[in-house]
Structure formats: C-alpha cells, structure tokens
Design a protein around this ligand. Structure first.
Ligand SMILES: Cc1ncc(COP(=O)(O)O)c(C=O)c1O
Length: 470
C-alpha cells in the first residue's frame, strides 16, 4: 500500500472511531443496530452493493429486509423522486394531488383483476402504522377486539402491532396487552409444531385450529349464536421475520373456509413479501385464496420513502363505514412517496418479474443446494421466487445452530472476505424462530454472476464460521 493510501485509511478509521463514540453516547440502543458485534458505517450504495467509508464493497442479500426490491439507487425511481421534488414536494395530506389518486387506483384495479373484489386503499407511513389502521378497520367492522395471529408472525412493534406479533420478548417490558392475539402454530413443515411429516399429516395443524370451534368451552365461539370473539386472522402468506417459511399450497384456502363460517376476516400482511418478492405481485396469490384486507409497505417506494397502506374490500372501507377522520397521520399520503410508488407500479407493469423472479430463484436455490450437499450444517434450503431461506444447524442437519449463524453473519459484515478476487463483505439477514435462518431477499434485478458471487462469499464465510467455533 502506498503512503497516501495508508494515510487515507488512517483518516477513515479515525473518522469511524469518532462517529462510533458519538453513536455510543447519543443514539438510543433500543433499535436493532446493536444486534451486531461489529458496527459498520455505510456511505454509498449501487445496484446490489453497499460500500463502507473505506470503500469496501458488500454484496447485499437482504436489501433492507425486502424494502429495496428494485436495487439500490434505481435510476428510474430516483428520477421520479427528483421530478416530484421539483414540482410538488410538500402538501398537507388533507389536500389532493394526482399521484396519490393514480397510485390508489392502480393498486385497487390490480387487486380487482386478481381477486375480482372491489375495494379502496388508505395510505399511511411505515408498516406498523398501516397494520394499526387495519386493526381499526377490523374492530369497526366486526365490533371485536381480539385477533388470531401466527406463532412466528411479525406485524410491527408499535403497541397495537406488538399485540399481534408473536415474540414475547418484544412485549415483555411494556406491560399488559389486554388484546393480545391468540397465537396459532404456523404450518412450518421443516419443524412441524406437532412433529408430523408433511406427506402423511393431512394438515393436522389446521384440524387442531378447527377444533377450537367445536364447543363454547374451547373459548372462542358461542355455539348458540355462532358468534366468535375474534375479528380477524392476521397472516403472512410467507412468514418473513419468522424465517421465510412457506406453507403447504392448500393451507390458506382451507383456513379461509373455517374463518368464513364464523365471519372472521382474513388480513394478509404483505409488507415484506409483496411487490414480486415471491414472483407474484402479492405472495398470497400463490395460495388460491382471497383476503379481505391487504397491508403493504416497504418495497412500494423501493425504500425511498416510508409510504405504506391498506387495501380493503368495499364493505369494510366504504365512506359509510369508514368516514372522514377515521384515521390520519401528517405524512400519510405524502407527495414524494406516492410519486415514487406510482412509478414503481408502472415499472412493475412493464417488467417481467412474474417470469424472471421464479427463474432466478430456482437458479439461486440450485446453487445453495450444492452447498447443502457439501455442508451438513445447512439443514434446509428452500424458497418462493426470490424469498429464500437457509437453516443453519448442528451437524445433524436439524438442531438449530445460532452460534454458527451469528458467526457467519458477523464474518460477512467484517468486510474481510476475498471471494471474487478482492476484499469484500456480505450482508445477510438472520430470522427464524431459533434465529438460525438466513432469510435471503436479493434485488429482483440480481444477475447470475452476482448470485454466483453471493454463493461463493457465503461458502467462504461458512467455512470461516465453522473454523471459528470448533
Ligand atoms: C410482515 C411485516 N409486517 C409488518 C412489519 C412492520 O413494518 P415496519 O417496520 O415498516 O413498521 C414488517 C417489518 O419487517 C413485516 O415484515
């Protein structure tokens, strides 16, 4: 390394140290930053890559938990944002602008074509706030406060959404949740909650759920009136934070039959899986069922703006039942977010993601399967479209191995890998009930060569991880 490079590196390191000292003192640690051992400070991004202040390139296989489906610094979407900045960058949400109306129309028309249901869209900021709005809608339509939700489900961390998010750790410090959901086992076949084998189970888990409705003494329904105490079932068609768990094809349609008998609504949280992550516009489209409410966020603006929203069937959200002022937030349908969202919708209409995403997913899985065959520590590899999962286990291929998972994630973030002939890093997201699942959500534009690089980097990190803990 020549003298001036060395001096630059020292200056960057000193700058990093100063920033990390300030962070340690002045930033709340209540978010998820300090889950990691080593804290990275990034200052540039492009396509599938993030760059730290030293210029090290990190291949990103999680894309902001699927908020950046269309790649970092997507030119077309950034341009839409710039254009809006120069025309109508600010407007109180009480007044109308064209992009909001056109975006709502596009979403509703697409849903109408897919599910043959008429409905309306209501915008908000951030996934959890949109889920909160859906809770209001369910409460107002059904007059019921209680919800079913899944074990392993994640719907956000506001007070309202914490009540239907499965993790007790997220609720523990914040008092009593009187309207906590009844959490039902998700059809997680690799780790079946009932120790069944999928080929022979005939959806035993669903039968257990159905049993709750057999008598009033199972505590959910009055058999004399058929009135259920629960207003809706909150689902993720593919569980996100729970570890990209894919249910059996017929599960949701059979679940919906049960729900319909008791007028329980089906709320489909597409915040992480929507917008072609799984190869279809909504993940629920894989499962032959029509939801009553859809909640969306994240990738609608490719991560440029926290725009989120709900779509609901007309009977739930018509002006008669959800009148002006039912819910509101200052930034809810802001001009910048709706302009980018509208452009993202056009981009999706003009793209061929429905064909390309499953193809890329299949190739990615085939490469990961080669690793699985080589390393017994990889217990399960599967995916839907480009929502891919890899369970890291002990050598028996089943017992969750969080220690190795953490080691691999930290090695990726250290930026000291060398696959592809230069110093690089790898950004991975960890999820799953046992925090042993790599939930891969690469850019939908990822190229074959970048998938190959990702697999190579992962193998290098895996080998180093195995050596570091044995
Ligand atoms: C399925 C799902 N629902 C809700 C949320 C909450 O969204 P936000 O973090 O934008 O509040 C998330 C976030 O990861 C999610 O994955």
């Amino acid at each position: 390394m020549i003298q001036s490079d060395k001096a630059n590196k020292r200056a960057v390191e000193q700058g990093n140290d100063e920033l990390l000292d300030l962070e340690a003192k002045y930033c709340s640690w209540g978010d998820t930053v300090h889950y990691a051992d080593k804290l990275n400070i990034f200052n540039r991004c492009e396509g599938v890559y993030l760059y730290d202040r030293e210029g090290t390139e990190y291949l990103d296989l999680q894309m902001w938990y699927s908020a950046v489906n269309f790649g970092y610094k997507n030119k077309r979407l950034n341009q839409a944002l710039r254009k809006q900045l120069d025309s109508l960058p600010q407007l109180a949400c009480q007044y109308l602008h064209e992009e909001k109306i056109r975006l709502a129309a596009k979403l509703c028309q697409r849903i109408e074509r897919t599910f043959e249901s008429k409905g309306r869209v209501h915008f908000n900021v951030g996934g959890a706030q949109a889920v909160e709005d859906s809770l209001k809608l369910v409460r107002s339509h059904t007059n019921r406060n209680l919800m079913f939700a899944f074990m392993g489900g994640y719907h956000g961390r506001t007070l309202g959404t914490s009540a239907i998010t499965s993790s007790y750790r997220y609720r523990e410090k914040f008092g009593h949740f009187s309207d906590r959901a009844l959490f039902v086992p998700y059809p997680y076949c690799f780790r079946c909650p009932y120790d069944k084998k999928r080929d022979f189970c005939d959806l035993y888990c669903l039968k257990q759920f159905e049993k709750l409705f057999e008598t009033e003494y199972h505590s959910v329904v009055n058999k004399k009136t058929n009135k259920c105490e629960f207003g809706a079932f909150y689902i993720e068609a593919v569980q996100g934070t729970g570890g990209y768990v894919i249910p059996p094809y017929e599960y949701f349609s059979r679940l919906k039959e049960i729900l319909d008998r008791y007028n329980i609504l089906l709320v489909d949280d597409e915040i992480q899986m929507g917008f072609f992550r799984t190869g279809k516009f909504w993940a629920i489209e894989h499962f032959n069922v029509e939801p009553d409410v859809i909640v969306f966020g994240k990738a609608l603006t490719n991560g440029l703006n926290p725009l989120s929203g709900i779509w609901a069937r007309e009977k739930l959200i018509s002006p008669q039942v959800f009148p002006p002022g039912s819910t509101h937030s200052t930034f809810s349908s802001n001009t910048l977010g709706t302009a980018v969202g509208l452009e993202a919708m056009k981009l999706m209409e003009e793209s061929n993601f429905a064909v390309e995403v499953p193809k890329k997913g299949e190739y990615f899985i085939s490469q990961l399967m080669k690793l699985k065959n080589k390393y017994p520590q990889i217990g399960d590899v599967s995916g839907l479209g480009l929502a891919l999962r890899m369970e890291i286990c002990q050598k028996d291929g089943f017992t969750p191995n969080k220690e190795l998972t953490d080691a691999i994630a930290n090695i990726g973030l250290s930026g000291n890998l060398s696959a592809g002939g230069k110093k690089r890093g790898l950004v991975l997201d960890v999820g799953g009930y046992y925090k042993n699942v790599f939930t891969l959500a690469p850019s939908l534009y990822i190229k074959k060569s970048e998938i190959d690089l990702g697999v190579e980097l992962f193998e290098e990190a895996l080998k180093k991880g195995i050596n570091s803990i044995t």
